[in-house]
Design a protein around this ligand. Structure first.
Ligand code: AHG
Ligand code: MN
Ligand code: MN
Length: 335
């Protein structure tokens, strides 16, 4: 459906809800609360250089990573707003060891997993970072949610998306009916529809991988990545290498222009045998988005990311995500 210019994200959400007479408006309300949190974080990110909010917080999270002040700000902004929104029964954040309860009396029917700030190592060097979120319907009947409510496979997400704090702030999300992109007009504080019905190109133009880990990858992954660099006119190769180090920014460029992002397992860190990226709030939401946009997301042994049954909140998975024909080809190398 051709949308008129200047469609705000709230207009889009309400119009989408109208297509579902059974809808209660809870998912719309949840998305709206997330959008307010995103605008708050965006304002802080854009001021970060001035507001003494750069640098380390002096804390280390469950991932064993140093927590930046902006990580903490983003995490607290989302946690506080969503704990009392009335649409959630439980949350999980990359920055919190355990599941996060909602405020008593405010229990709702959805769950939220989020990476409050993805690409933290790029905060102090003014490179794009973002917030990634994933929404499921609760499994338990009522009251505070549980790990059982959190540990659901990506196929069952009801919504997934990210907010990218870059040269402009963009919101990209899906509720299972295609992928929509909105750009923030900071002078008005509104997100306007700028990228309706995003479809990712079937062939990659860009390859995003941290070549610094090459010596630690499985042999078949090395051979596949080398194939992406071979000249092949028909496949538009060699691919150009683009690696920002913020998954959400690399993913967004690849989504729009066509690309493949690979973070395979490596034997560099024995404590991280499945690579660095987390399933619940990085791989699974992006996998829903890429499938909705015509692409694919698999592990480095060819399993569809959306079919993985999570067994822990911070479970890591190897990730190959992007243009369909290139991910199909990767599958052939994985055996
Ligand atoms: P986060 O900042 O949320 O911990 O995520 C960082 C991730 C991801 O954004 C990025 O693709 C990856 O770390 C980069 O890892 P390397 O520096 O090992 O390439
Ligand atoms: Mn991250
Ligand atoms: Mn993060």
């Amino acid at each position: 459906m051709n949308k008129p210019l200047g469609v705000t994200v709230i207009r889009h959400i309400v119009d989408s809800q109208r297509l579902h007479p059974e809808a209660t408006g809870d998912l719309s309300g949840l998305l709206n609360e997330l959008i307010v949190a995103g605008k708050t974080i965006s304002a802080e990110v854009n001021m970060a250089g001035l507001a003494d909010i750069l640098g380390m917080s002096g804390k280390t999270n469950i991932q064993g990573e140093k927590v930046q002040k902006l990580d903490e700000f983003a995490n607290n902004t989302i946690k506080k707003r969503m704990a009392r929104c009335g649409y959630l029964c439980v949350m999980t954040s990359e920055e919190e060891d355990d599941a996060i309860p909602v405020e008593d009396g405010y229990e709702g029917k959805y769950t939220l997993a989020f990476d409050p700030l993805d690409g933290s190592t790029n905060i102090d060097v003014n490179v794009n970072i973002g917030t990634i979120f994933s929404v499921h319907r609760r499994r338990t009947k009522w009251g505070q949610g549980s790990r059982e409510d959190m540990l659901q496979k990506g196929r069952d997400q009801v919504a997934a998306g990210y907010i990218l704090y870059g040269s402009s702030t963009m919101l990209v999300f899906t509720t299972g009916e295609g992928v929509q992109g909105f750009t923030l007009d900071p002078s008005v504080g509104e997100f306007y529809l700028s990228h309706p019905d995003i479809r990712t190109p079937v062939r990659s133009k860009y390859l995003s991988v941290n070549e610094g880990n090459r010596n630690y990858w499985p042999e078949n992954i090395r051979r596949y990545i080398d194939a992406l660099k071979e000249k092949d006119k028909e496949k538009g190769r060699p691919c150009s290498c683009r690696y920002i180090g913020s998954l959400v920014a690399d993913f967004h460029r690849n989504l729009i222009a066509g690309g493949i992002f690979i973070y395979p397992r490596d034997n560099k860190n024995p404590d991280k045998p499945y690579g660095k990226l987390r399933l619940l709030y990085e791989a699974a939401p992006l996998a829903m988005l890429i499938e909705q946009a015509g692409g694919r997301a698999i592990t480095d042994d060819g399993i569809n990311i959306l079919d993985i049954e999570p067994n822990s909140l911070h479970q890591r998975v190897p990730l190959i995500i992007g243009s369909k024909l290139d991910v199909d080809e990767a599958q052939g190398y994985l055996g």
